[in-house]
Design a protein around this ligand. Structure first.
Ligand SMILES: C[S@@+](CC[C@H](N)C(=O)[O-])C[C@H]1O[C@@H](n2cnc3c(N)ncnc32)[C@H](O)[C@@H]1O
Length: 459
C-alpha cells in the first residue's frame, strides 16, 4: 500500500476484516541476491524503501527494514514479489542525515519485529509520524482540497523508553515433541515467523523487565509441561497507599488479575488480559487534549455566543478512560462498549471515582443511536474503535443522528482517514468542519501513531 502511495505504482491491495491491509503477494523467488542501494523513503510501517537499478535499465523497488532515507545500504534480497522485493539489511555503508546509531538501546534491534525507529532522533520520529498521517489522509480520505486542515505536530511521549506497561513475549514448542531447555522465549523475528530469544525489552517498564526475568526461569523450569507454545502476559499495576500517597509497582502475570492504574487524578481498575492503553506516561497529554477539544465553544460571536456541547457519548469506551477523564467537561456521559467485562469495569471505575454523571451501556456502538436521548445539537461523540475503524452501519447511523462534535481517536490512521472521507463526502455530513487532526506518540521507537481528528457541525 505504502509503495503505491509513495512511488505511484499500482498494486492490488486487500483489506481484511480487522482493518489490516496487505499487498496481494505473488510467488516469491527462492534465490538470494546481494545489492547496494540508497534508501529514498520511509514507509508507514517504518521500513526503508529504495530503488535498485538493474542491468538493462530496469529497476526494482526494495523494502529494507531498519533503514532510513539517505542510507546507502548493502542488502540481501530474499523474496521477490510482483511489484517489489523484500530484503534483509546486511550493512549500512553510509548513514542518512538523521541516522544516529548511538541512540539504539536494544541489542536485538534489526532482528526483533517490535521496533523500527531506534536509530532516529525522537524529533525525527515525531516528524515521520506526522508525515504518515499526511499521506494517509491524502490517499484514503479523498475529499476536496482545503477540507482537511494542515496536520498538526505529533505530540510526543514523555517516556521514550521504559514506557510500555504491557509485554507479551511468547515461545513455540516444536511439534515433534522434543522441547529444548533453551527454547527461545521472546518476540518474533522481523520478516520471519519464528521467535528469537530476547531477555529484556527496553521499551517495557523496568518493573516488567524485572518480572520477565523470573517468568523466563519459571517457563524454562517447566518447559516439558508445555504441549504447545504460549504467550506470556506481563502487565504493570500501581497501588497507592492513600494515607502516605506512596505508590508501589507490581506486575500481573495472570489475565484475570486486576490491574490498577492512575490517569490524571482518576483510578482505573481492569483485568490484566483486557484492553487498556499501554503507555500511561502519554495518557495525561491525550486526555487533556481530548478535554480541550470537547470544551471548544461552538461560537465566540459576541451577539450569538454558543458554548460547547453539553453531552458526551463515548462510543467504544472500554473501561471508561475518556468517559471518566472527560466527565467534568460535560453534564452527562454515556459510554458504549461491546465487551461485558469492560462495561462492568467502566461502571465500577466511575463509582470508585465518585462520578455520578456517567452511565455505561453494553452493546454494539451502532445500536447506541436507538438509545441516545440527548439532542444531537448539544452532543459530542468520542469514537475510539479498534484498528478496523467504524463500519458503514455505524457511520450511517451517525450521519442520521449528526452529533454536534466528533472527536475520533484512532490507532490506525488509514481506517480513520477512510471513515472521515465517508462522513465528509456523504450529503448528510457536508456541514462538518474538520477543526484539527494530529498524532500522539503512544509507541516511541515503533512505527505506530495514534491520530485524533476533531469535527464540528456548522450552523
Ligand atoms: C481501541 S479500544 C478503546 C477503548 C477506550 N476508549 C480506551 O481508550 O481505553 C476499542 C474498544 O472498542 C470495543 N469495541 C469493539 N467493537 C465494538 C463495537 N462494535 N461496539 C462497541 N464497542 C466495541 C472494544 O471492546 C474496545 O474496548
Amino acid at each position: 500500500m505504502e509503495l503505491r502511495e509513495s512511488l505511484g505504482l499500482h498494486v492490488d491491495v486487500k483489506t481484511t476484516e480487522d482493518g489490516k491491509s496487505f499487498i496481494l503477494e505473488q510467488q516469491p523467488t527462492t534465490e538470494f541476491r546481494y545489492t547496494e542501494l540508497y534508501i529514498a523513503k520511509l514507509s508507514s510501517t517504518g521500513d526503508g524503501i529504495g530503488v535498485d537499478k538493474l542491468e538493462g535499465g530496469t529497476t526494482e523497488i526494495v523494502v529494507v527494514p531498519y533503514s532510513i532515507p539517505g542510507d546507502l545500504v548493502k542488502v540481501k534480497i530474499y523474496k521477490r514479489l510482483e511489484h517489489y522485493s523484500l530484503a534483509d539489511l546486511e550493512v549500512v555503508l553510509s548513514g542518512g542525515h538523521h541516522r544516529d546509531d548511538s541512540l539504539v538501546r536494544c541489542k536485538y534491534f534489526t532482528k526483533c519485529a517490535g521496533c523500527q525507529l531506534q536509530m532516529l532522533p525522537y524529533e525525527e520520529q515525531l516528524r515521520h509520524k506526522r508525515e504518515v498521517i499526511v499521506r494517509a489522509y491524502r490517499n484514503f480520505c479523498k475529499v476536496s482540497d482545503g477540507v482537511i486542515p494542515e496536520i498538526g505536530d505529533t505530540i510526543g511521549s514523555p517516556l521514550q523508553y521504559g514506557y510500555r506497561t504491557k509485554l507479551t513475549p511468547h515461545f513455540d514448542v516444536p511439534r515433534n515433541g522434543h522441547v529444548p531447555t533453551d527454547t527461545p522465549i521472546g518476540f518474533t523475528q522481523k520478516g520471519r515467523s519464528f521467535v528469537i530469544d530476547i531477555e529484556e525489552c527496553p521499551i517495557g517498564t523496568p518493573a516488567l523487565n524485572e518480572a520477565y526475568k523470573k517468568e523466563r526461569i519459571r517457563v524454562r523450569d517447566n518447559i516439558y509441561s508445555y504441549k504447545r507454545g504460549a504467550t506470556l502476559l506481563l502487565r504493570e499495576s500501581l497501588e497507592m497507599d492513600e494515607t502516605t500517597n506512596e505508590t508501589k509497582k507490581s506486575v500481573c502475570i495472570d489475565s484475570k488479575d486486576t490491574v490498577t492504574e492512575y490517569i490524571d487524578r482518576y483510578r482505573f481498575k481492569y483485568p490484566a488480559g483486557d484492553f487498556f492503553q499501554c503507555n500511561s506516561s502519554v495518557l495525561p497529554r491525550v486526555t487533556e487534549y481530548v478535554n480541550s477539544q470537547l470544551k471548544l465553544r461552538l461560537s465566540n460571536d459576541e451577539y450569538k455566543p454558543a458554548p460547547a456541547p453539553k453531552y458526551l457519548v463515548d462510543a467504544y469506551c472500554g473501561s471508561g478512560l475518556f468517559s471518566i477523564t472527560c466527565n467534568e467537561s460535560v453534564e452527562e456521559v454515556i459510554g458504549v462498549e461491546i465487551s461485558p467485562k469492560s462495561v462492568a469495569c467502566a461502571t465500577s471505575n466511575a463509582q470508585d471515582n465518585n462520578i455520578a454523571n456517567a452511565e455505561f451501556v453494553l452493546g454494539d456502538a451502532a445500536v447506541i443511536f436507538r438509545k441516545i436521548r440527548t439532542p444531537p445539537n448539544e452532543t459530542s461523540m468520542i469514537l475510539d474503535p479498534p484498528r478496523k475503524g467504524c463500519d458503514n452501519n455505524f457511520l450511517n447511523q451517525l450521519l442520521d443522528y449528526l452529533p454536534r462534535r466528533i472527536v475520533y481517536v484512532s490507532c490506525n490512521v488509514h481506517t480513520q482517514a477512510r471513515d472521515l472521507g465517508y462522513i465528509l463526502k456523504d450529503p448528510r455530513g457536508l456541514k462538518y468542519h474538520v477543526n484539527s487532526i494530529r498524532g500522539f506518540d503512544f509507541f516511541p521507537q515503533t512505527h505506530h501513531v495514534e491520530s485524533v481528528a476533531v469535527l464540528t457541525l456548522q450552523d
